[in-house]
Structures are given as C-alpha cells and as structure tokens.
Ligand binder design. Structure first.
Ligand code: ZN
Length: 283
C-alpha cells in the first residue's frame, strides 16, 4: 500500500491517481495525514479489505510530507562505511551517531529550497522510516512490525554551521527551511522484495552523485529501531532518517556544494523521486 499527503489530505496512491481517504471511508478516517498513524492497524485493515472508488489525477507539486507532524525526528550519521571513509572519520561501534532535524524543515517531495547565504549546502539521500506502532525496547526481530512504511528523504546539510564550534552541531545546520523534503509516498514494508536491501540514487544537475543499497548500512533498520527504542519510546508518525551513502559533496575532491539554479533528483527504488530546485539566499 502507498499513502500520501495531497494538499494536506490523506490519500491512497493508485497508479497515476489518488483516492481521498476521508471521502472513501465515509468519514471513518480523518483527512489529516498526521492523524492516521495512531490508528495504523485499523487503517491498513480497512484499506486492504475495502472496494475502493476510482481515484483522481494529481500533480506532484501538491504532495506534502507523508508524516507531516512527527513527535520526534531521528537522523543517523555515519551509517555506511564508504561515507565514513569519505568524511575521514571512524565508524561508530555499538551505537549509532544520532541527531535530529527540526520538524519545521519538513516539506513534500517537490520543492524550491533557498540556499543559506555564504553556506556550503550539501545533499544526503536517505531512506526514511515512519513508525506505525508505538514501542519501547523493541526487539530487533519485531522491529519491522513497528514500521508503518518507508519513504525517501533528503538530509540537506549546511556544512559550515554543522561543523562550526568546538564540537560538530549537526541538528541546526540540517534544519534550515526546506532542508527535510520527504515523499513522494509512504510505502508499506510488504511492498518491497527485501525491505533491508533497497536501492538509492541521486543526481545533481543530471550527474549521478550517489548510488548504493540499504543492505550496506552499518546499523540496519531493525537494529536502529531496537537501539533507539531502548532509550526513548517511539511513537506513531515518528521519522528515522537512516543515514546517507557515500557521494556527498563534502567528501568529493574537490569538494562540491549546491549552487543556485541547480536541481537535485533523489530516487529510492519502490518509493519514487524527490526533486529540489535551489535558489540563492533572499536575505
Ligand atoms: Zn544524513
């Protein structure tokens, strides 16, 4: 099953059409996409059993973030060995590097992003996990049962602010407006041949800059859910940006950062594409 946020309303995706959930369910489910995660099992049972009406066509520009109001956004650093190597750091052992992206940075999949003035803005394509069932101390074997679905995300990062000061401060430099595009759909884990092996690719102005599979994560999705939920309870609608593969601008020689006018296309197999167009700072 694929669901989306279409102009602020919860929809089911059906090919090139979307079906409004509030209308199709006779108002059993609310139109607010953020509200569905607390009723996830009831919702998926309904969506799987009901005869759905035909959908209506949609435009990508009106898609919003599939989970627009998460209570927590976790983001994982240094979760692919090749990315650890390109950043000249050492791989984490035992526990991942965890930070947050503030919720005000969330947008839908197609957006225009203003580059911070005098910044070095970089790309980081990531598989994003959306939690569907609350839990603490979730065993690794049960972790997928707590996942509503998967979506694509860009962990856009302004590297100067991120690395300023006596210790890196990841969260602010990764939370400028528009720095967390997600979408286009939330896709349930059963739709993937292997949800632990999903291909990610992204292109900056047509040049492929990242290509890998989530099978190469240091901490897998189940391991991340187990470790995070051992510290803080996970809640329906929460997001986990699961880390980026190699190929970011910071790790290239020479380094490359996003320039005004450039377009970033990010694709996750089985999920779909993000498309960000960048403009110069307006301040
Ligand atoms: Zn990241």
């Amino acid at each position: 099953m694929r669901i989306g946020n279409y102009d602020g309303r919860l929809v089911l995706a059906a090919g090139t059409a979307v079906i409004d959930v509030e209308e199709a369910s006779g108002h059993r489910f609310d139109a607010d996409p953020a509200a569905i995660y607390t009723r996830w099992e009831e919702f998926t049972a309904w969506a799987g059993s009901t005869g759905l009406p035909p959908g209506r066509p949609f435009v990508r520009e009106l898609l919003g973030p599939p989970s627009p109001a998460p209570s927590q956004i976790f983001a994982i650093g240094l979760n692919y060995h090749a990315h650890v190597a390109e950043t000249h750091r050492t791989a984490p052992e035992g526990f991942p590097v965890v930070f947050t992206k503030f919720a005000s940075s969330l947008t839908g999949p197609v957006s225009t992003v203003e580059l911070p003035a005098d910044g070095h803005t970089d790309w980081e394509l990531e598989l994003v996990v959306v939690i569907g069932r609350a839990g603490s101390h979730i065993p690794e074997e049960a972790a997928w049962q707590h996942v509503a679905g998967l979506t694509a995300g860009q962990d856009l990062s302004e590297r100067i602010l991120q690395r300023m000061g006596p210790v890196p401060q990841f969260s602010l430099g990764k939370s400028y407006p528009g720095f967390a595009p997600t979408g286009p759909w939330l896709v349930t884990p059963d739709e993937f041949a292997d949800p632990d092996d999903i291909e990610l690719r992204c292109w900056l102005d047509g040049e492929q800059v990242q290509a890998d599979t989530t099978a190469n994560m240091i901490f897998s999705v189940p391991r991340l859910i187990h470790l995070l939920s051992g510290v803080t309870p996970l809640r329906p609608g929460d997001l986990v940006f699961s880390g980026t593969p190699s190929g970011v601008g910071l790790g290239r020689e020479p380094q490359r950062f996003i320039a005004p006018g450039e377009v970033l296309v990010s694709r996750i197999a089985g999920v779909g594409e993000l498309e960000q167009r960048f403009v110069a700072s307006q301040r």
